[in-house]
Design a protein around this ligand. Structure first.
Ligand SMILES: [Zn+2]
Length: 499
């Protein structure tokens, strides 16, 4: 299968058995997602990405003796909202556990996590093909700090991130291909964004993906499972899985006893396009989980649950259906405009103000989103643009009224994005008001017809499309300020008037 084949096209069908020489991949995904609470999970420190190291810490998150954790209710609310958005069952009673391990970025020597009683169990995401990726569980836990190894002989530790709330969602091994993994992650991100629980910004580490990959022959048991880490984009996740499946097949088919697939963690090197062994089985931890004695078990009552359900709002699927049904958008347009709540809010406001959802959808997709990277789209980037929904609506209005043609509109929008000025002001400044002076237009049209006997003959013979060849020169003469439709009409009329 070629790498250019789109994910949606290939995910729509079960994987082709010939693709992996009859081997069947079994893939599971674990996603850590940072909740967008104001403060950390068990203390009042405010986390901010990029803050001066060790300035967002206190006695609790640096594990000073005697400091006690207090559960952040907002984090609990977000965790439950995430569970509801993913169709999971919310446990009426759950608890925290200590996960013990030693590392320099973990000052307590244990992480407060959830072991046998997570907040959420079940749920899942149904892919475009109808194949459902089931969730095993979602639990709430605190993040560790950051160990920075690339500073000469020393390892530096920044504890700003220690104690930041995370939800970890774990799928069943239902994913069957790299494309399905990619699609699952896109959907998951969309759902979490719309639920308002995380900014899901991979560049800032607020979404981290680990993958488990094994392969087997039809009817045989699953073989050794390899964990992949260091996957910093969805594209890398798919590429790493593709590579890992091929690596495992090559080893099993080599019949070389010196080569073995071992249960281990491998890091993906995106630049080299390979995975490298990180640690062997000897590192497989016994975390000695036990209930966290400093925190009470958590009981979720019906009122709290109802409150979270209410705050959840429309799911991306419901939003897409509504855009198609009520606003007449295509499935594709609805999909693009609902990829993040920031974009859908922007779109809805603009559509309402300009009165034409289709025009708003076109302008936003073609002119606004095209300038933003995939990573920026879901983030606040669209809200930080120098153009507001009202500003774009005003511009669309000018085009609808015929004050501006579409290419002129694009030019104005680019200037709006750069300067933040009003569309109407820029139309004047750029001298883009459409030439409505038919005298001038007719003159340019007459000039364009000079010597174009072939075009004239073609049009007279009924091939009106031939006139298109002369629209360009007239547009050029008007410096782009003419309306191509009007120009076409004038040219056709002039040809008909010719003897
Ligand atoms: Zn703290």
């Amino acid at each position: 299968m070629s790498a250019t084949q789109s994910t949606t096209a290939s995910a729509a069908t079960a994987p082709d058995p010939a693709r992996w020489k009859g081997w069947i991949p079994v893939i599971g995904l674990e996603v850590h997602c940072q909740l967008r609470t104001r403060t950390k999970l068990f203390c009042g420190c405010e986390y901010r990405f990029g803050a001066e190291p060790n300035t967002r810490t206190c006695a609790v998150c640096t594990a000073q003796p005697g400091a006690l954790p207090v559960l952040n209710r907002e984090a609990l609310a977000y965790a439950i909202r995430a569970g509801l958005a993913l169709g999971a069952d919310i446990a009426p009673w759950s608890k925290f556990d200590r996960k013990n391990y030693f590392y320099c970025d973990l000052p307590k020597g244990y992480q407060i996590s959830q072991f046998d009683r997570p907040f959420c169990t079940g749920g899942g995401i149904t892919l475009e093909s109808g194949h459902r990726i089931r969730l095993t569980r979602i639990h709430l836990e605190e993040d560790a700090g950051k160990a920075i190894h690339d500073r000469g002989a020393h390892t530096l530790v920044d504890l700003n991130r220690a104690g930041v709330p995370l939800i970890e969602s774990v799928t069943e091994a239902d994913v069957r291909s790299p494309e399905e993994a990619h699609e699952y992650l896109e959907r998951l991100k969309e759902i979490l964004l719309h639920a308002g629980v995380s900014d899901c910004d991979m560049e800032k580490g607020s979404l981290r993906v680990d993958v488990n990959v094994s392969i087997h022959r039809p009817g045989e048991g699953w073989r050794k499972r390899v964990e992949l880490k260091n996957l910093n984009s969805f594209r890398n996740v798919a590429a790493a899985i593709e590579h890992e499946i091929a690596r495992q097949i090559a080893i099993y088919e080599s019949n070389d006893p010196s080569q073995q697939v071992v249960q281990e963690t491998r890091l993906y090197d995106a630049q080299a396009g390979v995975t490298r062994s990180m640690r062997g089985k000897e590192e497989a931890h016994d975390y000695r989980y036990f209930p966290e004695p400093d925190l009470l078990p958590v009981q979720i009552d019906a009122a709290f649950l109802a409150e979270q359900r209410e705050k959840l709002g429309e799911s991306p699927t419901a939003l897409r259906e509504r855009y198609q049904r009520e606003l007449g958008l295509s499935a594709y347009d609805a999909g693009v405009l609902t990829a993040s709540p920031a974009v859908s809010r922007w779109f809805e406001e603009c559509a309402k103000l300009c009165g034409s959802p289709k025009d708003a959808a076109n302008w936003i997709q073609n002119e606004i989103l095209r300038g933003l990277s995939n990573e920026q789209r879901p983030a606040a980037a669209i809200a930080e643009l120098r153009v507001t929904p009202a500003g774009l609506a005003q511009l669309i209005g000018l085009v609808q009224k015929g004050t501006l043609n579409v290419p002129g509109g694009r030019q104005v929008l680019r200037a709006m994005l750069e300067t933040g000025k009003d569309a109407a002001v820029l139309v004047r400044e750029l001298g883009l008001e459409q030439v409505s002076d038919t005298g001038a237009l007719e003159q340019w049209c007459r000039e364009a017809l000079v010597g174009k006997d072939k075009v004239i003959a073609d049009v007279k013979a009924g091939k009106e499309k031939a006139i298109g060849a002369l629209v360009g020169p007239v547009m050029k003469a008007s410096k782009g300020a003419a309306n191509p439709q009007v120009v076409t009409e004038i040219l056709l009329r002039l040809v008909r008037e010719l003897p």
